[in-house]
Write a protein that binds this ligand. Structure first.
Ligand SMILES: NC(=O)c1ccc[n+]([C@@H]2O[C@H](COP(=O)([O-])OP(=O)(O)OC[C@H]3O[C@@H](n4cnc5c(N)ncnc54)[C@H](OP(=O)(O)O)[C@@H]3O)[C@@H](O)[C@H]2O)c1
Length: 251
């Protein structure tokens, strides 16, 4: 399959036919030495975060290309358990090219997989754990079931980050203390809303898929809301055919 052409149209000058390294460079900058929280979503033009219950139906080759590059750049991929279950996540692995590039840059060959869950309805025998190149992390609550915590502790590092819910600021601190400061969150909508409401978000990478879904699909964030809406600055716009790939930074 030929690679989907991606063009940068903002900021000017426009650059056509971006290579993976050029795309990675567009996403590489972050502020200072502290932790950086990046979130990635795809949405239809009318705001649906899913097609028939999954994000995959909204995605295209350009979105998948950027999705893979974002995994290449991070120390840890954080995902809410609802998304892990809905999207049938497997072990967290990048492709061979990304593995090489990461190793050359002094990073672990693959990012660590961190799952956020209070219910701990996760199977310790799942490939997420059995095939993991690096020991995953479960970020959970004090009120979670001790037996489930104990079972999952056999296959992952289980870390309590709050009483009844995982507090996003604790999540960021815990991961940063483990040297996992480049935090990349792949959703889903409830976890994203918590990140927004707690003010830990630094960046949103949003693919706008050229379609209208109507229906009752969730938005990309749903649930908790901040007292004041979080203002964003458009860092760049990429296009591929009719698909928009936007990078926003928190103001
Ligand atoms: N368009 C996209 O790019 C995109 C991206 C991701 C997901 N999605 C879609 O979104 C849907 C899933 O939505 P969702 O809102 O359920 O996803 P989610 O935010 O990943 O899952 C919610 C679950 O994650 C855990 N969780 C999230 N925040 C937590 C917190 N602060 N503390 C403790 N646990 C927390 C809880 O798991 P427990 O129930 O285990 O306690 C909660 O029930 C799926 O259909 C998926 O396909 C779309």
């Amino acid at each position: 399959m030929t690679e989907p052409g991606i063009t940068k149209v903002h900021p000017l000058p426009a650059v056509d036919g971006l290579g993976d390294d050029e795309i990675a460079a567009l996403y590489a900058e972050s502020a200072g030495d502290g932790p950086w929280v990046r979130v990635n979503f795809v949405s239809s033009v009318d705001g649906a975060a899913t097609h028939q219950g999954l994000s995959g139906g909204l995605s295209d080759e350009a979105d998948k290309r950027v999705f893979a590059i974002l995994r290449r750049l991070c120390d840890v991929v954080v995902v809410g358990a609802g998304t892990v279950r809905a999207e049938s996540y497997s072990a967290m692995r990048v492709d061979a090219v990304s593995e090489r590039i990461r190793s050359e840059a002094g990073m672990t060959p693959h990012p660590v997989f961190a799952i956020v869950s209070a219910a701990l309805d996760l199977d310790p025998a799942s490939p997420i754990f059995a095939d993991a190149p690096l020991r995953p992390i479960i970020l959970t609550t004090e009120s979670s079931r001790p037996d489930a915590r104990e079972a999952l502790a056999e296959v992952a590092d289980v870390v309590v980050c709050g009483r009844d819910r995982v507090e996003p600021d604790v999540l960021v601190r815990v991961l940063n203390e483990r040297g996992l400061g480049r935090i990349h969150c792949e959703g889903g909508p409830h976890l994203f809303a918590d990140l927004i409401a707690t003010g830990v978000l630094d960046e949103l990478c949003l693919t706008i898929s050229p379609r209208l879904e109507a229906g009752v699909a969730s938005r990309i964030s749903t649930g908790a809301s901040p007292i004041v809406p979080v203002g964003l600055r458009l860092a760049h716009t990429l296009i591929s055919g009719d698909t928009l790939l936007l990078r926003y930074l928190r103001r």
